[in-house]
Design a protein around this ligand. Structure first.
Ligand code: HEM
Length: 396
C-alpha cells in the first residue's frame, strides 16, 4: 500500500474494492486505520474513515456530514436513490422515518410475522432430521425471506424468488464506479419494474408495511415515488443483512464449540453472541456522507462538498476501541457496535434482525449439542455488503 503525506494530509492509491480485498478486508483495514484518522483515496476521489472514533463522530453529526446528496459510492446510484430515506437529512428524514419506525416496532412485526419462535423451531426440527445442510440457503435465508417479504407485503408469487438476487444487485450498484457496479444495473432495473408494475398497492398483503406505506401516500403524507422507494429500501435493507448476520453467527459458533456449550447452558448469552458476530462480520461494510463545511479530521482538512466514505467493518475491528478486536467472544456484548450505523439513520430494522437471530439460536440451543463445519464456506463478493454464499455444516 503506497501512502503519501503532503500538506499534513495522507493519501493512498490503494483500492479497497478489488475482489481480493473485499474477500478479506480486515488486514487492509488495519493498515488503513494506522495511516491517519482520514485518508484521501486517490483512485475514487473520496476521503475514507476507518477508525471507530472518527466514524462515530461523523454519524452523530448529520449537519456537517449530510446524507442529502446520497450515501452510496457513485453518482448514478445517488441519483437513482435520491428519494430513499437513506438520502435525506432532517426534517425531511423525520417524516419518512416515522413510517419505517411504526412498521418495525415489535408489536407490528409480531402481528405480521406471527410466532417467530415457532417458525424457527420448525425449521431447526427439520434440519435436525437432515443432520447436514447449507447454513446459508437452508438455515439463515429461510426466516428473513419469509418474514421480511410478508412484512413488506409483497404478493406470494414466483417473483419472491428473484427478490434475493435483486437485493444483492442493489448493494453492488451502491459501490464505487466500476465493472461490479455497472453489471448490477439490469437487476436493479428489474426490481424497480417489479415494484412499479407488479407489486401494485392493491396487491399488498393485508396488514403489511406495503399497505401502511401506500395508505400514507394516498393521504398525501409522502409522495407515491417516496412510497416506491420505501418499498425498495425495505426489500433490500432487510434481506442480505439479516441473512448474513444469522449465517455469520452460525459460522462463528461452529468454530468455537466451547462457546456454544456455554450458550447451551445459559441462553441469555444468545443476544451477545449474535451482536458479536454482527460486530466481527459487519453485514454492511460501507456507506458515505458529504461534508457541508470544511472540517478538520486529525491533521487533514476535508473541504466542504467532499464525499467521505466510512467503513463500519473497520470501525468494528478498531483495536483503539475493542481490545483484541479479531477475537470472537460471546462475553464482550458490544452494544455500541457500528454495524447498524448510529445517529439519525441508525438502522430501524435492528430489533427485527435481533428477534430473528434470537428465535433461530434459541431453537438451536434447545436441541443441538454440536455444530461442526462440514466443508469450506464460500463468500459473496459485494461492493457494500459482506456475507457467506454457502456454509456446509453438520449438527447433532
Ligand atoms: C443485521 C441486520 C442489519 C444490518 C447490519 C443493517 C445495517 C444498516 C445500516 C448500517 C444502516 C444505516 C445507513 C446509514 O447510516 O446511512 C441501515 C439503515 C436502514 N435499515 Fe438496516 N440493517 C439490518 C437489518 C435491517 C432490517 C431487517 C430492515 C427492515 C426490514 C432494515 C431496514 C433499514 C432501513 C429502512 C434503513 C434506513 C434508515 C434511515 O435512513 O433512517 N435493516 N441498516
Amino acid at each position: 500500500m503506497s501512502v503519501e503525506t503532503h500538506n499534513a494530509s495522507s493519501s493512498t492509491d490503494f483500492d479497497p474494492f478489488t475482489d481480493d480485498v473485499l474477500l478479506d478486508p480486515f488486514p487492509h483495514y488495519k493498515a488503513l486505520r494506522d495511516i491517519a484518522p482520514a485518508i484521501y483515496l486517490e483512485k475514487y476521489g473520496f476521503y475514507g474513515l476507518f477508525r471507530y472514533d472518527e466514524i462515530s463522530a461523523e454519524l452523530a453529526d448529520w449537519e456537517t456530514f449530510s446524507s442529502a446528496q446520497g450515501v452510496t459510492l457513485n453518482p448514478m446510484a445517488n441519483e437513482a436513490l435520491k428519494d430513499n430515506v437513506l438520502s435525506t437529512d432532517p426534517p425531511r428524514h423525520e417524516k419518512i422515518r416515522k413510517v419505517f419506525d411504526a412498521s418495525l416496532r415489535p408489536k407490528f412485526i409480531r402481528k405480521v410475522a406471527g410466532d417467530l419462535e415457532r417458525r424457527a423451531e420448525e425449521l431447526v426440527d427439520e434440519l435436525m432430521e437432515r443432520g447436514e445442510f447449507d447454513g446459508v440457503a437452508d438455515f439463515a435465508q429461510r426466516l428473513p425471506v419469509d418474514i421480511v417479504l410478508d412484512l413488506v407485503g409483497l404478493p406470494r408469487d414466483e417473483n419472491r424468488n428473484s427478490v434475493l438476487d435483486w437485493a444483492s444487485a442493489v448493494t453492488n450498484f451502491m459501490g464505487p464506479p466500476g465493472a461490479r457496479q455497472e453489471a448490477a444495473l439490469p437487476a436493479v432495473q428489474a426490481q424497480v419494474s417489479y415494484l412499479v408494475n407488479e407489486a401494485k398497492p392493491e396487491r399488498m398483503l393485508p396488514g403489511s408495511f406495503g399497505e401502511v406505506v401506500y395508505a400514507s401516500a394516498d393521504r398525501g403524507e409522502i409522495t407515491h415515488q417516496e412510497a416506491i422507494d420505501m418499498m425498495m429500501g425495505y426489500a433490500t435493507a432487510g434481506l442480505d443483512t439479516t441473512i448474513s448476520s444469522a449465517a455469520s453467527t452460525l459460522w462463528m459458533l461452529a468454530q468455537h464449540p466451547e462457546q456454544w456449550q456455554e450458550i447451551r447452558q445459559d441462553h441469555s448469552l444468545i443476544p451477545p453472541a449474535f451482536l458479536e458476530a454482527v460486530r466481527l462480520e459487519s453485514p454492511v461494510q460501507y456507506f458515505s456522507r458529504v461534508t457541508t463545511r470544511d472540517v478538520e479530521i486529525g491533521e487533514t482538512t476535508v473541504p466542504k462538498g467532499a464525499r467521505i466514505i466510512h467503513s463500519l467493518g473497520s470501525a468494528n475491528r478498531d483495536e483503539r476501541h475493542y481490545p483484541e478486536p479479531d477475537r470472537f467472544d460471546i462475553h464482550r456484548n458490544p452494544v455500541d457496535l457500528l454495524s447498524f450505523s448510529a445517529g439519525v439513520h441508525s438502522c430501524p430494522g435492528r430489533t427485527l434482525a435481533s428477534l430473528e437471530g434470537h428465535a433461530l439460536f434459541s431453537a438451536l440451543a434447545a436441541r443441538v449439542s454440536k455444530i461442526e463445519l462440514n466443508g469450506e464456506p464460500t463468500r459473496h463478493v459485494n461492493n457494500v455488503t459482506r456475507g457467506l454464499a454457502s456454509l456446509p455444516v453438520r449438527i447433532s
